[in-house]
Write a protein that binds this ligand. Structure first.
Ligand SMILES: C[S@@+](CC[C@H](N)C(=O)[O-])C[C@H]1O[C@@H](n2cnc3c(N)ncnc32)[C@H](O)[C@@H]1O
Length: 217
């Protein structure tokens, strides 16, 4: 198997298998609590909304009464599945093929940015968060849900560091040991109402989850 510059396994696995296996792989975890968390978080989206790295569209059905919905996704295989789900759904929106680091939108053009399980995967999380801040209108907010690095000094943190490379190759670029909350703060966004949870039904190295809102400061 070959890897790209970000340590992701490319070729048939990345292009075809990951998009095909994504929903079945997550199903157990969705049923064990993630779907409820998605619903509570994404249900708060309002106004003009853009979602980053929307994947196969597992958040789609939780958007209610938003003014405009743009679902971005850079991977062609995922974007195809996203479009298929949007066509089957009652939700009105558009799919834009773009990476979170280079959003093709004007400054301040959205009231809500949604990112779930994305900043762990983007090649440049600093760049993606800079773009998030740029496209947010004054008073706008980021709604996030991310798995993160375990508590400092814990056994799990050690395992996350050990599993980093194989997990990253398997999970198409995902970093299991990233301090995403700190990155959000470093981008000039203030996280509020932060909750923690466990991503049950998934390997332990991605159990610690943080979710909440972040506003521009
Ligand atoms: C773990 S999946 C999460 C998908 C979806 N957000 C969800 O909650 O199910 C990570 C997603 O990030 C996408 N991705 C990878 N690189 C990206 C980038 N540079 N910008 C935006 N999304 C990216 C992947 O294609 C994939 O769809």
């Amino acid at each position: 198997m070959s890897e790209d510059e970000f340590g992701r396994v490319t070729g048939v696995w990345g292009r075809h298998c990951v998009p095909l296996l994504y929903d079945p792989f997550l199903l157990f975890a969705e049923l064990r609590g993630l779907r409820r968390l998605r619903s509570e978080l994404v249900g708060q989206a309002g106004g003009r909304v853009v979602e980053l790295g929307a994947g196969t569209g597992l958040n789609m059905k939780h958007y209610v009464g938003v003014e405009r919905l743009v679902l971005t996704e850079p991977e062609p295989g995922m974007a195809t599945r996203l479009e298929q789900r949007l066509e089957r759904s009652a939700v009105r929106g558009e799919v834009v093929t773009a990476p979170a680091e280079q959003l093709p939108f004007d400054d301040g053009s959205f009231d809500t940015v949604v990112a779930t399980l994305v900043f762990c995967t983007v090649s440049d999380p600093h760049g993606a968060l800079r773009e998030t801040r740029r496209v947010l209108a004054p008073g706008g907010r980021l709604l996030f849900l991310e798995h993160v690095r375990a508590d400092a000094g814990s056994r799990l943190e050690l395992w996350q560091d050990r599993s980093y490379r194989p997990w990253r190759a398997f999970a198409y670029g995902c970093r299991c040991n990233q301090r995403t909350l700190e990155l959000i703060g470093a981008a000039g966004l203030r996280a509020t109402e932060v909750g923690t949870a466990r991503w049950r039904g998934m390997p332990q190295i991605v159990h610690p989850i943080v979710y909440g809102k972040a506003e521009t400061v």
